[in-house]
Design a protein around this ligand. Structure first.
Ligand code: PAF
Length: 283
């Protein structure tokens, strides 16, 4: 496994792999890797011969007062995990390498970036789109792998690729959960033992909405109420949003029909903000 910090070195290494006919997959990460990330790497191995993982805590997707400084970093541990997964190349640039001090262009995520997470973190998806577009430009992958845990991010990246005609296929992969249902996230390490126990309420809320749908409920607002009521049973959880939305446009739904819908929740447990989501599939 090669670990490179310069864009030119990455371009050279990827060009060599492509020259011998290898398909290139990219798994973009911010490090502090867990089983969720490793599941993306494994999915990438199924579809490509040359797997690149980027490890970069992207400052432009953190707003003022968010956890950029505190975000967990463990490059050494990450490299061990990625080596064991048979990754070909890790790109771990410094911030000054990734963002030239003279750079002024950013990528606007469009209206999908204004709702849900975007309503609470107004500059977040601009930072995500900009860094992901840059990674696509540096690595030029055939395929790029993203987790459904960040469902809105996945929808926005797909839209960016479509709207900017970027020559990459975006692959979404299922959320990986702890045995008690908590979605794996690098931010789970912030939780105190009490908050960790309470954090399962996000998944319990999603499952309660799913159960109500399976029992025949088609009123999306009623399902939102089911999730709100469930989160309200957990005093340590402060909800940010609970929504049932179209899975492609993320527009809030009034009623479920045969088109794909998604239940999405965000809540604070102490100073930690967690998000989760679940497909709601009628019939
Ligand atoms: O999902 C993440 O870890 C980040 O948002 C990403 C896609 C690596 C961009 O920094």
């Amino acid at each position: 496994m090669e670990t490179l910090v310069s864009k030119d070195e990455v371009r050279r290494a990827v060009a060599e792999a492509r020259a011998v006919g290898q398909r290139i997959a990219l798994v973009p990460t911010m490090g502090a890797l867990h089983e969720g990330h490793l599941s993306l790497v494994r999915a990438a191995h199924e579809r490509a011969e040359y797997v690149v993982v980027s490890v970069f805590v992207n400052p432009t997707q953190f707003g003022p007062g968010e956890d950029f400084e505190a975000y967990p970093r463990d490059l050494e541990g990450d490299l061990e995990l990625l080596e064991a997964e048979g990754v070909a190349l890790v790109f771990a640039p410094a911030t000054a390498t990734m963002y030239d001090p003279g750079a002024t262009v950013i990528v606007d995520p469009g209206p999908l970036g204004d709702v849900l997470e975007g309503a609470i973190r107004p500059t977040h998806f601009r930072g995500v789109c900009t860094v992901v577009a840059k990674l696509f430009g540096i690595v030029e992958p055939d395929l790029a792998f993203f987790g459904e845990k960040d469902f809105q991010q996945l929808a926005i990246v797909r839209t960016m690729v479509r709207d900017l005609d970027l020559p990459v296929r975006v692959v979404g992969c299922p959320t990986i959960r702890e045995p008690d249902g908590l979605a794996m996230s690098s931010r789970n390490v912030y939780l105190s033992p009490d908050e960790r126990a309470a954090a399962t309420v996000l998944y319990r809320a999603l499952r309660a909405a799913e159960a109500r749908m399976l029992a025949g409920e088609r009123d999306a607002r009623a399902l939102v109420e089911v999730m709100r009521a469930k989160i309200a049973t957990e005093p340590l959880a402060v909800p940010d949003y609970t929504e049932v939305a179209d899975a492609v446009t993320l527009a809030p739904l009034d009623a479920l029909d045969s088109s794909p819908a998604r239940a999405l929740v965000a809540a604070r447990l102490g100073s930690t903000r967690l998000i989760d989501n679940l497909a709601l599939e009628v019939g």
